[in-house]
Design a protein around this ligand. Structure first.
Ligand code: HEM
Ligand SMILES: [Cu+2]
Length: 670
């Protein structure tokens, strides 16, 4: 092991020695109790050698300048890019939603042509699910988790960067299709035969399938990253049992991605073969089966809605803990619920196919499983209520969004149990009741917690606070606007209004409720816009954040706002579920010593008990992930036009991988 310690003293590294809290070993600085000054350490300072700190910052610094934009691998930069890019798509797809609502405001409106309307709902649904919801939650996980578990980066930083560029390129191409009027029209679940060559001859569906593969590749890289990082890079002492709930949720999300995404990659690859090569996987005349698409799609598609729900539930637990200043009630129950949700969500997919005439016995199992998933979610709701019971809740914006989440998500859950029952589902299948239901779960279960998270972690993202007044106004607009927009749709659905229609007749009598829904949608959009403007304006005018502005308990707040490039100056040793709260009372803070500051080192720990095992050296910034992403994109997009691109991109990818894996120069000092 290396001779130098962080504090410059010679000696062997011994992690365990620090855990015994032997006073003679403590690195406590003289000077008494913690100072709560702005950006001052929360605990008696460990002697920081200014020279060492400077070197650490230099080692972990991200490159700057134009070329520098393509090379960083630091987890916080990549995470932030995911978040920002995803919000851009949120705004764009939200505008499409509003445009559709304007079209539907009055009967027989002609604002949007039918063809355009079809493109709009397809791109709106696809973008919200694939370009916004998954990436934004991955982004938050990539940004927060390493800090929360007390490490300095993800396990595979280059792969992380690769995932981002793949997402960026794939999503940009997909959205460009809308600009040139060639977007797909078969809806976000892209059912065959509607999505087959016969009914969708253009290039739209080809781009759709390719884009899906891009996004899935990017999601898989993020998932692999998260799993390895969470299991192997936790700070010493952070046993599984002490892991913050958000980290648990991210872990479950990552495993769900690993099991769900291959199904959609297979499905979209088979579809592209049908369309480009002339195979017949989904063509009945050639012995194929359209239902195969539905099975493959929903085997992915149902877990997908839980992939965007589970981490949001983790956000809710985090925010509830912080804003009640209490330990989470029923930690174990919540963790088990999250894991159970992950498992059960793979056994529900057929509830999207109740109207396809599958055998009754089989469908009954899926009906039961669908009702069952309410149990783990109900358990969590009760645990949150118990945590909040009798506590003094601080009603800052993140907490308001969480309270809004309770109402909206529980409503969506109730209609979920309703449509889980086959007879009811057959009545409302493909009507606006479903549109109401899934917006309640998606906006309530995912978007509201995500906006809460944006307010909550903004200080760590930017070093500033978002404006509270604007935050509260935005919450009021979102909450009122959302319910006015989507509640009437339940009624419209029960009245028989089908989804995916660009207009309806005067005599149908649906006009009033539709107008109401449109007014609500505009208010809702104004609420989201307020938050977006707030986020942009606060970059410049927001108040500077003090250290740990919300008095939270998890480790991402144990460092400055915004954190330095190395996240934590000293890797902490964790003794409970709320390490930062512990430090209020503790005289000393045990830390890991012995990591070098002249290269990117992180501590590898054991899976269950987070016992230190080794030191891992992470790679420095590099352009190769970007070039590899470009090489892969050339191939994926190119083959839509000519098979030769397969060969071209093979060579491009080959060379970029050679560059990527070129052995590093051995360290002179080693
Ligand atoms: C400003 C907020 C929003 C508005 C006004 C809005 C409005 C709409 C409208 C009008 C439709 C099409 C209904 C139809 O003709 O069948 C729709 C469909 C859909 N929306 Fe939204 N929406 C919003 C936010 C969201 C969010 C945040 C998500 C997901 C995270 C989402 C996911 C979907 C999906 C998956 C569809 C189905 C598309 C399809 O039928 O293929 N929406 N939305
Ligand atoms: Cu489902």
């Amino acid at each position: 092991m290396d001779e130098r310690r962080e504090d410059g003293r010679p000696g062997d590294v011994d992690w365990r020695e620090r855990r015994g809290a032997d006073p003679s070993e403590s690195r406590e600085a003289p000077g008494g109790p913690p100072t709560e000054e702005r950006q001052e350490p929360l605990h008696p300072a460990i002697e920081d050698d200014a020279e060492e700190t400077r070197r650490l910052a230099e080692t972990w610094a991200a490159p700057t300048g134009f070329v520098g934009w393509f090379t960083p691998v630091n987890q916080r930069i990549i995470g932030r890019r995911f978040i920002v890019t995803a919000f851009v798509y949120f705004v764009l797809a939200g505008l499409l939603g509003v445009a559709m609502r304007l079209q539907l405001a009055v009967p027989e409106n002609d604002l949007l042509a039918p063809d355009i309307y079809n493109q709009f709902f397809t791109v709106h649904g696809t973008a919200m699910m694939f370009l916004f919801a998954i990436p934004v939650l991955e982004g938050f996980a990539l940004f927060v988790v390493p800090m929360m578990i007390g490490t300095r980066d993800m396990a595979f930083p280059r792969l992380n960067a690769f995932g981002y560029y793949v997402y960026l390129i794939g999503s940009a191409i997909f959205f460009l299709m809308l600009v040139v009027g060639m977007a797909p029209k078969a809806g976000w679940f892209n059912y065959v035969p509607l999505a087959g060559k016969l009914y969708e001859p253009g290039i739209g569906v080809d781009i759709w399938t390719t884009m899906i593969t891009f996004i899935e590749v990017s999601a898989l890289t993020a998932a692999v990253e998260l799993i390895v990082t969470i299991l192997k890079l936790r700070a010493p002492g952070m046993t599984l049992n002490r892991m913050p709930v958000f980290v648990w949720a991210s872990l479950v999300m990552a495993f769900m991605i690993v099991f769900a995404m291959p199904a959609i990659i297979v499905a979209s690859s088979l579809l592209i073969l049908d369309r480009l090569v002339g195979t017949g996987f989904f063509v009945p005349e050639m012995g194929g089966d359209p239902l195969l698409w539905q099975h493959l799609f929903w085997f992915f598609g149902h877990p997908e809605v839980y992939i965007v729900l589970v981490p949001a539930l983790g956000i809710v637990s985090t925010i509830v803990t912080t804003f009640t200043q209490r330990s989470l009630f029923g930690y174990t129950a919540i963790v088990i619920s999250i894991v159970a949700t992950g498992f059960v969500s793979f056994g529900l997919w057929v509830h999207h196919m109740f109207a396809t005439g599958l055998p009754h016995l089989g469908m009954s199992f899926f009906m039961a499983a669908s009702a069952m998933i309410a149990i783990p979610n109900g358990v969590q709701v009760f645990c949150w209520i118990a945590t909040m019971w009798g506590s003094r809740i601080r009603l800052a914006t993140p907490m308001l969004y969480v309270l809004g989440f309770f109402w909206v998500f529980v409503m969506g859950g109730l209609t979920g149990v309703m449509v889980a029952s086959i007879p009811f589902d057959l009545q409302v299948h493909d009507t606006y009741f479903l549109v109401a239901h899934f917006h309640y779960v998606l906006i309530g279960g995912s978007v509201m917690p995500v906006i809460g998270a944006l307010y909550y972690w903004y200080p760590q993202l930017t070093g500033r606070m978002m404006n509270e007044v604007a935050g509260k106004i935005s919450f009021a607009l979102v909450f009122v606007g959302f319910n006015v927009a989507f509640f009437p749709m339940h009624q419209l659905g029960l009245d028989g209004m089908p989804r995916r229609v660009y207009t309806y007749l005067e005599e149908s009598g649906w006009g009033d409720l539709n107008l109401l829904a449109t007014i609500g949608a505009v208010v809702l959009a104004a609420g989201f816009a307020t938050t977006m403007v707030n986020a942009l304006a606060s970059l410049r005018w927001g108040a500077k954040a003090r250290r740990n502005p919300w008095d939270a308990e998890t480790l991402e707040w144990a460092t400055e706002s915004p954190p330095p490039p190395y996240n934590h100056r000293h890797i902490p040793i964790v003794k409970s579920r709320e390490p930062v709260w512990d430090w209020r009372e503790m005289k000393e803070r045990p830390v890991v010593t012995g990591l070098r500051s002249d290269r990117r080192e992180v501590v590898v720990t054991s899976i269950l008990d987070a016992e230190p095992q080794a030191v891992q050296v992470l790679p420095a910034p590099t352009i190769w992930p970007f070039l590899s992403a470009v090489a892969a994109s050339v191939g994926f997009i190119g083959i839509l036009f000519h098979p030769i691109f397969f060969v071209v991109s093979f060579f491009l990818a080959f060379f970029s991988f050679v560059g990527w894996f070129w052995p590093r120069r051995p360290w002179q000092e080693d």
